[in-house]
Design a protein around this ligand. Structure first.
Ligand code: AQP
Length: 329
């Protein structure tokens, strides 16, 4: 049976982009495949962080994922399972600097001041490859921003196999949704919706109440034109395209089907319909998340159970990789 693996950084409260690009697919895939999902806290310290905030965000992220319906026995914290860091180090020694230099996410996150960023941010994709390959996972449901990292993970797996003269690590396939793989910022349709954007108005949180959702959608940037009846040409109106895509993704419709319904109408009506739909889909998740957060001990116990299951599967795989590189086990 193929195995599914994916992760989310506890760098803030998960948002609609994380949900439509990744989490929603996880809840479907776990019904069909042996699946593990991870709160990748090792990744989240690659950018500046505050320990108290990290702790709180890890618990909120876990609560959101459980509220979305993820299997509690298969959700765990990355730093609690040592196989990630051990294989990550081996991959630091397999991966090439030239490969890492091409990673656009590093360039985006480091910006102009690259010399001043952590070495961890630079080798982040090597650890991500280890996260997946420590489970011999072959299916990785992620948003569009992770496409390049999946390709790199395959390069690392191939080089490991070649250098050790084995066929040990399998090929990985990224499962990227056909629509809403890149949900955009509500205040600027040219930037992706992100946990770390300074403006909370730029994203719908999975903990937002129906009132908050309504406010954010009302304030979402649009343009003065009514919605067109054809999707062609909507690319030049990124904010409009984003809202149409979100509506379509939440109602399982293509952007064109949404325009068949709303084309010719102004944003006022469309925003009302979108608010209603978001409140119907997101507000129950927020409610459940808050309920779960009332008992942090229970969340931690569930995460420990998940970590035990993750260690059981990944430990023999990583021990074999360690033997293959010549470590005595
Ligand atoms: N805007 C997005 N649209 C669709 N999918 C998205 N994902 C993230 N943003 C969007 C997908 O969500 C999963 C978890 O992402 P992550 O938290 O590990 O890292 P990220 O991609 O760096 O997410 P953020 O929100 O932008 O966090 P920060 O601000 O901390 O960097 C991944 O599958 C990702 O593709």
């Amino acid at each position: 049976m193929q195995r599914v693996f994916s992760g989310i950084q506890p760098t803030g409260v998960p948002h609609l982009g994380n949900y439509l690009g990744a989490i929603r697919n996880w809840t479907t895939l776990q019904k069909e495949y042996d699946s593990f999902f991870c709160l990748v806290d090792l990744h989240s310290i690659t950018m500046p962080w505050e320990p108290e905030k990290l702790r709180a965000q890890t618990l909120i992220t876990a609560a959101c994922l459980l509220a979305c319906g993820l299997n509690p026995g298969r959700l765990y914290i990355q730093s609690a399972v040592s196989t990630h860091a051990r294989l990550g180090w081996i991959f630091n020694c397999i991966s090439r600097l030239g490969w890492l230099n091409r990673m656009t996410q590093f360039k985006d996150k480091a910006g102009k001041n690259r010399e001043n960023h952590s070495a961890g941010l630079y080798v982040y994709p090597n650890l991500m490859a280890a996260d997946i390959l420590a489970f011999h996972a072959t299916l990785v449901p992620v948003g569009d921003d992770q496409r390049q990292h999946i390709e790199l993970a395959n390069d690392i797996a191939q080089k490991f196999n070649h250098d050790m003269g084995v066929e040990f690590f399998p090929e990985i396939k990224g499962l990227i949704p056909p629509h809403a793989a890149r949900v955009m910022n509500l205040r600027d349709g040219t930037k992706k919706m992100s946990k770390s954007d300074p403006s909370e108005q730029s994203r719908i949180l999975l903990t937002d109440s129906a009132e908050n959702i309504a406010l954010k959608i009302r304030r979402a940037k649009t343009d003065p034109e009514p919605l067109p009846s054809e999707v062609l040409g909507l690319e030049e109106r990124p904010e409009a395209l984003n809202l149409v895509t979100i509506y379509g993704s939440l109602s399982d419709k293509t952007p064109q089907a949404v325009l068949n319904e709303f084309g010719g109408q102004g944003f006022g009506q469309f925003k009302n319909a979108l608010t209603e739909l978001l409140a119907e889909k997101i507000a129950p998740i927020a409610h459940k998340t808050n309920q779960l957060l009332e008992d942090e001990g229970h969340i931690i116990a569930l995460l420990r159970k998940g970590a035990e299951a993750a260690a059981e599967v990944s430990e023999p795989i990583v021990q074999e990789a360690e033997r293959l590189v010549g470590f005595i086990r």
